[in-house]
Design a protein around this ligand. Structure first.
Ligand SMILES: [Zn+2]
Ligand SMILES: [Zn+2]
Length: 215
């Protein structure tokens, strides 16, 4: 497996590439922007982008959707509950004083339990993990013991829930009922910042300690 990530766009999103060495198929998760960088990273490993997936449709994650789709022809996939957000993200960008390129509409949708195949052997399992936004998804590579979680969970922090459609209780529920079962040693790869593990977050994340839910 080829697995790499790097920061892109105005809010430094982690853009992830998951590729299959044999077939050279790859998916790009949360392009974020900087399309030339993403194309160079794909090229370095001779990968062909067959799908663009947004963990959710905040403007910092969907930046680059347009350019990457134009350059690779790859379709864009999101959770159906993010459909409206995908079309209305320039307002949020303005709030951050950033410029947002409008994304093309989604070409397809991913729901809880769906499997995205990359090459013959790699399987990304889709988990619906709402709270930060209504249709946030986690992409889980079960045999590799890692999960790409978007803005659901960060090292020592969690996603903010003050944007439209956000819900703090729902976010905590997603973390505890969808991510915890992945196991203590599962690697968590967030939308911003360094990777972590379930074990580390259970122990040290202030939002996940007993009593913290009531905040
Ligand atoms: Zn977000
Ligand atoms: Zn983000």
């Amino acid at each position: 497996m080829i697995f790499k990530y790097f920061e892109t766009g105005p809010l430094m999103v982690n853009c992830y590439i998951v590729g299959d060495e044999q077939s050279k198929e790859a998916v790009v998760i949360d392009p974020g922007g900087d399309v030339e960088t993403i194309l160079a990273e794909l090229k370095e490993d001779h990968l062909k982008c067959k799908m663009i997936i947004d963990t959710h449709c905040h403007f910092d994650h969907i930046g680059g959707n347009k350019g990457l789709k134009e350059k690779t022809g790859a379709p864009i996939y999101i959770h159906p509950l993010e459909k409206d957000l995908l079309g209305s993200m320039s307002e949020m960008a303005m709030y951050f004083g950033a410029e947002a390129e409008k994304s093309p509409p989604a070409d397809g949708f991913l729901n809880e339990g769906d499997i995205v195949k990359v090459g013959k052997d790699l399987e990304l399992q889709v988990l619906h993990t709402p709270g930060h936004s209504p249709g946030s998804i986690t992409l889980c590579l079960k045999d590799r013991n890692l999960a790409i979680v978007g803005d659901v969970l960060f090292q020592f922090s969690i996603g903010r829930t003050d944007f439209p459609g956000g819900s703090h209780p729902e976010l905590i529920k997603s973390i505890k009922t969808k991510l915890y079962p992945l196991g203590d040693n599962c690697g968590i790869y967030p939308g911003h910042g360094p990777p972590t593990t379930i074990k580390q977050e259970k122990k040290h994340n202030p939002f996940l300690q007993e009593g913290a839910e009531l905040e």
